[in-house]
Design a protein around this ligand. Structure first.
Ligand code: ATP
Length: 238
């Protein structure tokens, strides 16, 4: 069986700066796979390239049997690859509900869209309670929920989450991680970029450690969680 996502020797550069230097990894349907690593390792660049926002200088990306090189960002969303970006990028003056609807802009199945909005409110009750309010009034964690809800509105085959725990209180972070677990148990396939290695590895099937544009270590979430070098470098242990 071929994987849902197959990244092979991917290289991405900003002018002369090589941000991603030939990485390879796979995501199988139903899995949570995480990319962890410090600032500047190339994780965000990798997700932006998978979304079609950046063009690779080398390597290949296969998603659901198709080579992504020829597709624009909006076509990639239509193929089933959704991205909840770092820094969230919600529309602060628009209502919460309209932000969610934007995530469905490529769909025309009205009744299914309504069902998915109801599902987003089930996952994140606070969004339902405040559906008519401007999204900018939400707290950071709630905006993160909205960004995830919006990405889910495209009914993705693969959901990419960039640092969903960034800037959140420990309680909010736990909530977001619990939601990711719930999405996984509902069968959503997730590629998770996180600096919080402990949280990400605890729920991931597989993880890859990135350092300066390369994958330096790969394994099951559990193996990496107990790996001595990972514990020292990313989990704050001596
Ligand atoms: P972070 O968690 O800080 O987002 P990251 O692992 O996601 O880190 P990237 O944001 O992908 O890392 O950055 C990888 C490298 O590319 C870094 O050296 C960064 O400075 C560089 N870089 C990122 N965006 C640009 C840009 N627009 N122009 C030039 N260099 C960039």
């Amino acid at each position: 069986m071929t994987a849902l996502l197959e990244v092979e020797d991917l290289k991405v550069a900003y002018g002369k700066i090589e941000a991603v230097k030939g990485i390879s990894f796979k995501v199988e349907a139903g899995e949570v796979v995480t990319l962890i690593g410090t600032n500047g390792a190339g994780k965000t660049t990798t997700l932006r390239t998978l979304s079609g926002l950046l063009k690779p200088v080398g390597g290949s990306i296969k998603f659901n049997g198709k080579t992504l090189r020829k597709y624009r960002a909006d076509q990639i969303v239509a193929l089933g690859l959704a991205h909840s970006p770092e820094g969230r990028h919600i529309f602060p003056r628009m209502t919460i509900e309209n932000n969610l609807r934007l995530g469905a802009y490529l769909r025309s199945d009205k009744s299914a869209i309504e069902k998915d909005i109801a599902r987003a409110y089930e996952l994140f009750p606070i969004l339902g309670e405040r559906r008519k309010q401007a999204a900018g009034t939400l707290s950071g964690g709630e905006q993160q929920m909205l960004a995830m809800g919006r990405a889910l509105m495209s009914q993705p085959k693969l959901l990419m989450l960039d640092e969903p725990s960034m800037g959140l209180s420990p309680i909010m972070m736990q909530k977001i991680m619990a939601t990711i677990s719930e999405l996984k148990s509902q069968g959503t396939t997730i590629l998770l970029v996180e600096q919080n290695a402990q949280a990400a590895l605890s729920l991931a099937d597989h993880g890859h450690v990135m350092e300066v544009g390369k994958i330096v270590l790969s394994g099951s979430g559990n193996d990496l969680l107990h790996d001595e070098s990972v514990r020292k470098a990313y989990l704050g242990e001596d």
